[in-house]
Design a protein around this ligand. Sequence first.
Ligand code: AMP
Ligand code: GLY
Length: 423
Amino acid sequence: MKILVIGSGGREHAIVRKLKESPLVEALYCAPGNGGISRDAECLPVNAMDKEGMLALAKEKQVDLVFVAPDDPLAAGMVDFIEAAGIPCFGPNAAAAQIEASKVFSKNLMKKYRIPTAGYEVFADPAAALEYIRAQGKYPAVIKADGLALGKGVIIAQNEEEAKAALHSIMEDKIFGESGAHVVVEEFLTGPEVSVLAFTDGKTLKPMVSSMDHKRAYDGDKGPNTGGMGTISPNPFYTDEVAQQCMETIFLPTVQAMSAEGRPFKGCLYFGLMLTPEGPKVIEYNSRFGDPETQVVLPRLKTDFAQIVQAVAQERLAEVDIQWDERACACVVMASGGYPGSYPKGIEIHGLDANGQAEGVTVYHAGTKLEDGKFLTNGGRVLGVTALGDTLEQALSRAYAGVEAISFEGAMYRKDIGRTHRK
Ligand code: AMP
Ligand code: GLY
């Protein structure tokens, strides 16, 4: 198979590296890719949102499959466009990608099909939303912009003042653009969070191993929300019993609901769950692999990834037996100084070999470029330093040893990945 992967982050690097292990894969392309990905696949400078450009590239390289990894092109109909030209894709079409692209859609879906989630109301008018929050009189109140907002569209308001300010910035100042035309106001839930990615072809669903993300920028879960500062797999809270319960009450009902709505979901469905005292509930769905969850989940996959991807595209997932490595995996993100706010770019990274790797770890590149044989920073999240281990402790100590060996000016990383649950 010849495969084109769309995207340019650490998730895409992990996808490319896993596909590269497959004997079925004869050529790998990535657009636009990054410095590290260019050591594993041929990177081509086509923007991830450019449908015509991607289709032209897919035809020129005669690819057998296009793997659409990020949320924006999925929501914008990249899969619809490429499949209309007869090239199979891994990823949902625009109608199915609504499960992530519209919180109003996903909340209404869960209500209709009785899938456990936080209670909520939808508002198009900020005054009505505030009135509702006031009448409820319960804080914190959770306010979510309807559309895609780079993972920053959720505001947890501790009092009426904060709720008012949040509604104003989302709905009137439109800090997330048209994503803020509607908001969801929902009940505040408590409990450990778990990420579960699952393969589905619209009929069959096969969950991958669980993981835990660390979304806040600083140690002790302090500071602003980010795209994710590190991950571990498995998630220590996700017991076999919880997994069984999620399968019955959340995973299968979601796949069936999407098909019943005429929007069968093909690709990777991401369940962001909270294990509340009343049982597991959905915090959010994503229509794609998580970043940096992918970086700890795919290294544990023992079955040929290309074979699974092809089976999903051909709606034959039921035929594939998927095996996982028992070992634990940890990923520590090294970010640019200032992230998730503004940060400099173009800083030289030290401690990487010619392939962008370091001894004892796998280094997934998120925001890097390769210039004159040197790896330079080129984004907020720069590297995901990842290791497997017989225990979580061993995986973490290996990943942190890798981090110690790599440096660039202003580099920031959390020192407590995999430890926050032991408070
Ligand atoms: P999301 O982008 O929907 O994953 O939300 C970002 C983060 O906000 C989640 O990872 C949770 O930590 C938190 N969050 C979202 N919804 C709720 C809720 N209903 N109750 C408590 N925390 C929430
Ligand atoms: N790490 C969270 C996400 O990919 O949305």
